[in-house]
Design a binder for this molecule. Sequence first.
Ligand SMILES: [Zn+2]
Length: 101
Amino acid sequence: MKIKKGDQVLIISGKDRGRKGKVLEAFPKESKVLVEGINLRKKHVRPKRSGEKGQIVTLPAPIHVSNVKFVCSKCRKATRVEYKIVGGKKFRICKKCDKET
Ligand SMILES: [Zn+2]
């Protein structure tokens, strides 16, 4: 999976299509990512102590990586990346601007 935690992504399908967000968590096994502010779900939170009320909070739910496109941190374009290995180190290169991203 080429998308990592901290990356910016563009949502390309679903109700959040066209929006951008930061990857909060990546789940390579499931090929899913958790994106800030995207695919929000309402969740009931149980009271922590007796006497407190339960709450409804909105939290992002993971979406499949096929629904997002990587956004380059250098040129800010939605793009694809490729890996290059230089001197034993792995670099992720933007296909649009050719810079490390
Ligand atoms: Zn770029």
